[in-house]
Design a protein around this ligand. Structure first.
Ligand SMILES: Cc1ncc(COP(=O)(O)O)c(C=O)c1O
Length: 418
């Protein structure tokens, strides 16, 4: 454990985690408003959140559900139904992502086909996509990892050429652009998460976003037990008259497809609305934090690879990913233990193809995906959120530097040789 007086005075140790939640005055006010209104089901806050979120991602519709996983689940179900996909049809996914990306493909009866990732961005490598396309490929899932958009131009070129659908898994990235176009607006359907430690936090929650009215209708129905969309909210029969009112009455309890109960309450909608209002400030602080870490850890780049993004893109720094360099002699687990013992929380960098059930199900060999194999053994991430201030950043840099100084001493490596 670090000695007494190790932490800088102004630092708050609680802020060294991978995520944070800010209970702002606005959040308190909105949640209280819900409580006092007595209206918990799909109402003004969820509708406002959906409208504003869709607009911020250059899309026409958003359907708020109870998780990013649910958003993905209904996205694939919607495309399967509307586009007439068959069981066993293939969906291309990156080798580095959270398991939910793949679980929701499998649970829809589809087959994930893995494409290795780019070694600098950890996002799907556009150069490796075409060799995986077969007659049964129906879609591709660009996952914008850790806050960094995928290289969308070459991906969209292939999508056009092979007539594929695109489901963006943007659970880790919001508001961020590649070549001037915002994430969420490239895909046929795009999925976001508002779970703890993400960019917008509503407690639980997620959104499926689209500009296609047919998809929007099916997504909403799927999230609501497969209901006929004529009656989704308790306001839908207000002020209705004549033939339409009679139709609503007749179809209020009609189900047109097998669906799910993926709804949220107005509480999540209220938290989402409050978080959206402070999003620009939050994004600015994350950018500052990411830039600071990269600048001040640069002297360690022979040991650890830091985030990088091309000039045409940007980074939302939902997290700050780090991968131990090949041949550096550094033991990732030893480094991670050192950080954790000093209060800096870490997580593995989303290893996927070495997960026991996937290995068994698809007979996966890590060595077939060399970039993922390297990341699985050497990658991790730390927090980069808006509660991390300059004292915490300085502490993180100092802790990294100390680790490598001690390592060099132990291994008789002079700092000049780095
Ligand atoms: C890339 C990715 N996809 C999907 C999800 C699932 O989101 P949720 O936890 O809201 O279900 C996550 C969550 O962390 C994620 O990182």
């Amino acid at each position: 454990m670090p000695p007494l007086g190790y932490y800088p005075l102004a630092m708050n140790k609680e802020n060294l985690g991978v995520g944070c939640f800010e209970p702002t005055k606005k959040a308190e006010q909105y949640v209280l408003k819900v409580l006092r209104s007595g209206r918990l089901t799909y109402g003004p806050f969820i509708q406002r959140f959906e409208r504003k979120f869709a607009r911020a991602h250059d899309s026409k519709y958003a359907v708020m559900v109870n998780s990013g996983t649910s958003a993905l689940r209904i996205a694939f179900a919607c495309l399967k139904e509307v586009e007439g996909w068959k069981d066993g049809d293939e969906v291309l996914v990156p080798t580095i992502t959270f398991v939910a990306t793949v679980n929701t493909i499998i649970s829809n009866g589809l087959k994930p086909v893995f494409v290795d990732v780019d070694p600098r961005t950890y996002n799907i490598d556009p150069k490796k996509i075409e060799e995986k396309i077969t007659k049964r490929t129906r879609a591709i899932v660009p996952v914008h990892m850790m806050g960094q958009p995928c290289d969308m131009a070459p991906i969209m070129k292939l999508v056009k050429k092979h007539k594929l659908k695109v489901v963006e898994d943007s659970c880790e990235t919001m508001f961020t652009k590649d070549r001037g176009q915002v994430v969420g607006s490239f895909g046929d359907i795009s999925c976001f998460s508002t779970y703890i430690a993400h960019l917008i936090i509503a407690g639980v929650g997620g959104l499926a976003v689209t500009s296609n009215p047919k998809y929007a209708e099916v997504l909403r129905s799927l999230a609501n037990h497969g209901r006929d969309n004529i009656y989704i909210s308790i306001d839908d029969d207000d002020n209705k008259k004549g033939k339409l009112f009679k139709q609503i009455i007749a179809r209020r309890f009609r189900f047109v497809r097998p669906g799910y109960s993926f709804r949220v309450t107005e509480f999540e909608g209220a938290l989402g609305c409050a978080a959206l209002e402070t999003a620009p400030g939050m994004m600015k602080v994350r950018k500052r934090n990411g830039t600071y870490l990269t600048k001040h850890l640069k002297h360690l780049e022979n040991y650890i690879q830091l985030p990088w993004f091309p000039a045409h893109s940007n980074h939302a720094f939902m997290m700050y990913p780090i991968v131990v360099q090949k041949g550096s002699g550094i033991d990732k687990q030893d480094l991670v233990n050192y950080l954790e013992e000093r209060g800096i929380e870490t997580r593995d960098l989303m290893p996927l193809i070495n997960q026991p059930y996937l290995k068994k199900l698809y007979k996966l060999k890590e060595s077939d995906y060399p970039v993922a194999e390297w990341i699985n053994g050497n990658g991790f991430y730390i927090g980069c959120h808006q509660k991390i201030g300059l004292p915490e950043l300085a502490y993180i840099v100092r802790t990294f530097s100390e680790y490598f100084k001690k390592w060099e001493k132990k291994h008789n490596v002079s700092a000049k040789k780095r």
